[in-house]
Design a protein around this ligand. Structure first.
Ligand code: ADP
Ligand code: MG
Ligand code: MG
Length: 207
């Protein structure tokens, strides 16, 4: 079971990992974008943590809705609205608190669909979707196989990291990096890298 505190801890740990990896994320974005991904997310996730501390939410759904709303309002660029939609959609989908692994996996899948709908990206376009989709698939398989929460989240994090690394040889079809055409090949997508951090954070706090 995943309780409200676990979801708050997810955003705190995400914020910590993003702060730690901020310069790497920005360097990845400097190579194929506009060098703001690390700073955008660092600011956004800090604001999420502040909001969660100032006004403690009463359910997992509320944590996710608050986080998503702040990311949409306060983070410019592509990633703020995209991650914001992921979390807001998850908040809408989660009706239970505490949350079961099956409920979480279904909400996460809904969230990834919301990102795909908003950004019109599909797997292989060299975006965050390339890390999020394998994570969603890993969660669904873990539910099918009756795996425990922590093991399932570790599998999802591993799949996201692998998905992020797999963006290196891809040519970007969406977002700023797509303006580079073939010159986007050979660099890891910054949004896929940050998505892998979010999954790593969740596995870590659920351990
Ligand atoms: P911006 O490109 O506006 O500066 P960020 O640097 O914060 O925004 O985020 C860039 C990341 O957003 C990319 O690395 C990619 O993963 C993701 N992204 C951009 N456009 C899309 C899209 N249409 N669909 C999905 N993800 C996208
Ligand atoms: Mg950018
Ligand atoms: Mg930008």
């Amino acid at each position: 079971m995943m309780d409200t505190d676990l979801f708050v801890a997810w955003f705190e740990e995400s914020s910590r990992l993003i702060r730690r990896e901020r310069d790497r994320l920005t360097r990845l974005d400097a190579a194929i974008g506009d060098a703001d991904h690390g700073t955008n997310l660092d600011r956004g996730f800090s604001e999420v943590c502040k909001a969660l501390a100032d006004d403690p939410p009463g359910s997992a759904s509320e944590v996710l809705t608050t986080a998503g709303t702040i990311l949409i309002r306060r983070v410019g660029g592509a990633a703020g609205p995209l991650y914001g939609s992921l979390f807001r959609q998850m908040g809408r989908a989660l009706r239970e608190s505490p949350v079961t692994l099956a409920g979480f996996a279904a909400a996460f899948e809904d969230g990834v669909v919301a990102i795909e709908r908003l950004g019109k990206a599909t797997p292989g376009d060299k975006t965050m979707v390339d890390a999020l989709t394998p994570a969603s698939r890993a969660l669904a398989l873990a539910v099918r196989d009756g795996v425990g929460v922590h093991e399932a989240l570790v599998k999802a994090a591993d799949a996201a990291l692998e998905g992020a690394k797999a963006t290196i040889p891809m040519q970007a079809k969406k977002g700023r990096a797509s303006y580079l055409g073939q010159r986007s090949i050979g660099h890891e997508d910054p949004g896929a890298a940050s998505a892998a951090l979010l999954l790593e954070a969740l596995a870590s706090v659920a351990g």
